[in-house]
Design a protein around this ligand. Structure first.
Ligand code: HEC
Ligand code: HEC
Ligand code: HEC
Ligand code: HEC
Length: 499
């Protein structure tokens, strides 16, 4: 009996000791968990490193978008001077900013730095100065949704690029794609929401898989600045021209109906359209989109580290990561898949370059016709042809990755462009003959970027000087203002915490 009682008491004591031990262990691990710096991410938190405190793996991989050493046949993150590689572009863009400077896109990390350095943004001397509107910041930074939230959307699009220089400083990051509270993917750019509205669709009904592409469609799309929106006249308001559809013909029809042009060509005087980068639109016409493969599936594949699976935020050319980007679905060797991509790109390039040659000729022949006294009436149809042909070329060329994302559609668009350019040249040959010129119009030597820029009359020395001046004077001022603002914000936070 005595033994029995002792036995029960022992069991109870052991049980209680066990409880105590487990509670101590729990407390300890709680304490350890609490020790992890957990920050409360504010509604308008723009600093990627702050988000990074909560999500170190995603942040660390995002930081890798600063790598710029990978070069593939056509893409990659390495700096490439596209005008040097293909000086024809200078002639195609005569009279437009892209003829001054056009480099291969780099990682998101550089979005702000690269637009500071581009000759296209000129050398503003202060607020209200320079060639570009504030709207040009829209696809560069999470400061954009912050400013739109603080001051209003139309207010953000108002004024010059230089006006917002001290405000837009953090490169594309977490707040561009994520809701800070739920971390769900969300759309921060009103232009995409408005474009869906215009198509009679509700972007809030997009599926999770669609969102994995739509976050990219905030920026990797065709767009223009509409200065005639009712109630917002004069403000270069960002619009995606999707109301009638996203194909090359539908967007062209939209612009034609509007009588919109981005610029007047310096040589041919054609009312030109600049395709921006209709990456999302062209992707939608490809087989991967058809099978429900999203941008993130290839450009942000899953990755494992220390037994933890997460989304690789090193957005880059998937050819630098074929194992994770392609081989989760395809069983072929990496070299084979690479060759599949290159083959599509090479074949597309073959005809794209032929179309470029044709376009260079049409501009120069049209210039000759003006020189010989052609009338507006005689030139009208020809100039529309040039507009349409070059729009097709640009739609195919500027949609980075399109020759892989959708090779058949891209080939169709380039084929259409070649046909229209040839039509223009037949009309030009007749007109030139009528004007007494019955022989080929010579194309000057445009074999280097410098020669081509000279030919179209760009004063590169002055443009470069203005840029250097900007980098020496105004840019450091912007960076100082940012520093001052951030120190002030930190102090405010500290004083709030003290309260
Ligand atoms: C099936 C996989 C796949 C899908 C889906 C996909 N891409 Fe790509 N993307 C590629 C490949 C492959 C390239 C070619 C890379 C190269 O040439 O180095 C590429 C190229 C690009 C480039 C040019 C990159 C560079 O380094 O020049 C951009 C930008 C891009 N894609 C954006 C997108 C966007 C935005 C979407 C969705 C709308 C998308 N991609 C969907 C595989 C994909
Ligand atoms: C260009 C858009 C984009 C940017 C910028 C971006 N993300 Fe993501 N993020 C995604 C996508 C797409 C996913 C996959 C979401 C899904 O399928 O649910 C994702 C997933 C995540 C997840 C969920 C867990 C995981 O790894 O899948 C976390 C956490 C996250 N991102 C954190 C961040 C942080 C931190 C930053 C900034 C350093 C950031 N993201 C920047 C698009 C983005
Ligand atoms: C806020 C606008 C924005 C969003 C959102 C965005 N991008 Fe970009 N992306 C850019 C800009 C701008 C560049 C060029 C940066 C530079 O050259 O400095 C770029 C460059 C790229 C490149 C080229 C990088 C390289 O190393 O070659 C790829 C690939 C790319 N983006 C894919 C995507 C994908 C996929 C998504 C969606 C998951 C996405 N982007 C979302 C604006 C954006
Ligand atoms: C999420 C799955 C998935 C991923 C990731 C993926 N693919 Fe595909 N791919 C498909 C499917 C599905 C098809 C359509 C063919 C089919 O149904 O068998 C396809 C078709 C193709 C084709 C033939 C289409 C054509 O243009 O003629 C090529 C080439 C290809 N993929 C290459 C790649 C490469 C390269 C990558 C990585 C950059 C990649 N794929 C990533 C699923 C995927």
């Amino acid at each position: 009996m005595k033994n029995k009682v002792l036995f029960i008491v022992t069991i109870v004591v052991v049980f209680l000791l066990g409880l105590l031990a487990s509670s101590i262990i729990n407390r300890k691990s709680e304490a350890k968990y609490k020790y992890v710096p957990q920050v409360d991410i504010g509604e308008n938190e723009v600093k990627n490193e702050v988000w990074g405190e909560n999500y170190p793996k995603e942040y660390q991989s995002w930081l890798q978008t600063s790598e710029s050493s990978f070069a593939s046949y056509q893409g990659g993150s390495a700096m490439r001077d596209m005008l040097e590689e293909d000086p024809r572009l200078v002639v195609l863009w005569a009279g437009y900013g892209f003829a001054k400077d056009y480099n291969q896109g780099r990682g998101h990390y550089y979005a702000v730095e690269d637009i500071h350095n581009s000759l296209r943004t000129g050398g503003p001397k202060g607020p209200g100065d320079g060639p570009m509107p504030a709207t040009c910041w829209t696809c560069k930074s999470p400061d954009v949704p912050r400013l739109m939230d603080e001051n209003g959307i139309a207010e953000f699009y108002s004024g010059k690029w230089a006006d917002k220089g001290p405000e837009v400083t953090n490169p594309i990051g977490c707040a561009d794609c994520h809701d800070p509270k739920s971390m769900k993917l969300h759309i921060t750019r009103p232009a995409l929401v408005e474009a869906f509205d215009a198509m009679g669709r509700d972007i809030n009904k997009a599926t999770h898989q669609e969102m994995r592409s739509l976050v990219c469609a905030q920026c990797h799309v065709e767009y223009y600045f509409n200065k005639d929106l009712p109630g917002k006249e004069g403000i270069p308001y960002l619009v995606f021209p999707w109301k009638d559809g996203m194909s090359v013909e539908e967007m062209e029809g939209y612009y034609d109906d509007l009588g919109f042009s981005d610029w007047t060509h310096k040589i041919s005087r054609a009312p030109m359209l600049k395709a921006q980068h209709p990456g999302y639109e062209t992707y939608l016409t490809g087989v991967h989109a058809d099978r429900g493969v999203s941008c993130a599936d290839c450009h942000m594949p899953y990755k494992s580290e220390g037994g933890q699976k997460f989304t690789d935020h090193h957005l880059q050319s998937p050819l630098n990561n074929i194992a994770n980007s392609c081989q989760v679905c395809h069983r072929q060797e990496a070299a084979k898949l690479m060759e599949n991509v290159y083959e599509r790109q090479r074949k597309t390039t073959e005809n794209r370059l032929k179309l470029e040659d044709l376009l260079v000729r049409t501009h120069i022949e049209a210039g000759k016709a003006w020189e010989l006294g052609a009338t507006e009436e005689q030139m009208k149809e020809i100039l529309i042809d040039i507009r349409h042909a070059q729009w097709r070329w640009d739609y195919a060329a500027a949609a980075h990755g399109a020759s892989f994302h959708s090779p058949v559609e891209t080939a169709r668009v380039i084929g259409g462009g070649m046909n229209i350019a040839q039509e223009a040249r037949i009309k030009l040959a007749r007109l030139l003959a009528d004007l007494g010129h019955n022989e080929p119009v010579p194309v000057p030597d445009i074999t280097t970027k410098r020669k081509a820029q000279e030919f179209i009359g760009l004063d590169m020395e002055q443009l470069t000087q203005e840029k250097e001046e900007f980098k020496k004077t105004l840019l450091p001022k912007w960076l100082k203002e940012v520093q001052a603002r951030e120190i002030h914000a930190d102090e405010e936070e500290v004083s709030m915490n003290k309260k």
